[in-house]
Design a protein around this ligand. Structure first.
Ligand code: HEM
Ligand SMILES: *[C@@H]1O[C@H](CO)[C@@H](O)[C@H](O)[C@H]1NC(C)=O
Ligand SMILES: *[C@@H]1O[C@H](CO)[C@@H](O)[C@H](O)[C@H]1NC(C)=O
Length: 217
């Protein structure tokens, strides 16, 4: 595997400029699917952004697992994009996705070292048809995840993301498209950029979460 030293340095700089004091996300109501998301625009090259959106159910008790909906809109030059729910690459569910014709493939991965992540059965995804589409400039997917908000973190700790407060997540971007786009098991090349940010799950809360999942299925 080949590493691009320049890109790795750029990735480190992007990590350093993320503020740690407050949520970086904003609330966004998606007119198409009806979900209220916490949204963050992640800069992957200068002046270009991948939009990450997370929606959660309301009335989740602290410490209990819950589903989440993730929506990502990526410019068509994005080869693959990943969301690390634990804020780091390792010991964290990784939602990896790429364009597949007029749709997208979502691949569940997990890594215990800074190496190509393995497939991960601890998190499963259901693509929501309504929010998943491609046009001449963007590909977008919307998926329900079961298993993204509770996982085995660093040091074998049981981690459950705070359903009403702030959580640190991270993204990775690669310009290289996977070799076998229709397969969630496709090999992927290492990222060119990574960065992390703070999501306010409080502003991602949806009272009618289950109904919205059904409506968009
Ligand atoms: C072929 C696959 C991959 C390889 C070889 C790889 C390798 C690495 C290496 C060596 C680092 C540390 C140096 C650096 O900052 O660049 C790193 C960091 C990182 N990787 Fe990956 N990675 C892969 C896939 C992924 C995927 C799928 C994600 C999904 C989100 C991801 C997320 C991150 C993040 C967020 C960081 C920076 C923070 C951290 O150290 O955890 N990586 N990766
Ligand atoms: C293409 O899709 C993106 C992401 O869903 C959307 O923001 C944009 O408005 C769409 N462009 C057109 C011309 O429909
Ligand atoms: C983590 O959760 C599992 C399943 O609920 C439990 O069996 C295990 O003891 C927990 N581990 C820790 C370190 O709390």
């Amino acid at each position: 595997m080949q590493f691009n030293i320049g890109a790795l340095c750029a990735a480190t700089l992007l990590v350093l400029v993320s503020p740690a004091h407050a949520a970086d996300s904003v609330a966004y109501k998606d007119p198409e699917t009806g979900f209220t998301f916490a949204q963050f625009n992640a800069q992957y090259v200068i002046g270009k952004y991948i939009t990450y959106r997370i929606a959660t159910p309301s009335n989740v008790a602290q410490g209990t697992p819950y589903d989440a909906v993730v929506q990502v809109a990526a410019p068509v030059d994005v080869g693959w994009t990943g969301l690390a729910w634990g804020g780091y690459m390792t010991y964290s569910p990784l939602t990896v996705a790429w364009q597949n014709g007029n749709s997208a493939t979502v691949s569940s991965r997990y890594a215990t070292a800074h190496q190509a992540p393995s497939l991960y059965t601890g998190a499963t995804y259901t693509l929501l048809k309504k929010g998943t589409h491609v046009n001449s400039t963007y590909w977008q997917y919307t998926a329900k995840c079961t298993g993204c908000t509770s996982f085995t973190g660093q040091g074998n700790r049981n981690v459950t993301l705070n359903p009403t407060g702030e959580n640190r997540v991270a993204f990775a971007y690669s310009r290289t498209k996977p070799s076998n786009p229709s397969s969630s098991g496709s090999a992927i090349q290492v990222h060119d950029v990574t960065a992390s940010w703070t999501v306010d799950f409080g502003s991602a809360s949806n009272a009618n979460f289950a109904e919205l999942v059904q409506r968009n299925a």
